[in-house]
Ligand binder design. Structure first.
Ligand code: FES
Length: 103
């Protein structure tokens, strides 16, 4: 059974907004990038470090620990030392609310 979690209200999550929500016991980082919501597991795949708060440039979130980058739309690793993709989650906007669920 897939769990769907409310991340918040669109109006309170402007461009550049980031937060973390628990989905099935896993921390997931939610990002508004250019008006689109993305959700990735909140753990860098290089070492166990949260991605929340990482700089977002060119559709990629940077791990603050060693600078690994992950593509928001696919979770793919785009800069060393990260090589493994981070798990991607589904985001949906419904009635002005943002929801996150496993893909
Ligand atoms: S822990 Fe994220 S790049 Fe090393």
């Amino acid at each position: 059974m897939s769990e769907r979690v409310r991340a918040g209200e669109v109006t309170q999550m402007p461009e550049g907004f980031q937060c973390a929500v628990e989905v099935g016991g896993v921390s997931v980082v939610v990002v508004n990038y250019e008006g689109q919501f993305y959700a990735l597991r909140n753990n860098c795949t290089h070492k166990d470090y949260p991605l929340l708060g990482g700089e977002v440039v060119d559709g990629r979130i940077t791990c603050a620990k060693h600078g690994g980058k992950f593509e928001l739309s696919t979770g793919k690793a785009r800069a060393l030392p990260a090589v493994k993709a981070v798990k991607l989650y589904r985001t949906e906007v419904e009635d002005g609310q943002v929801f996150v669920s496993p893909l």
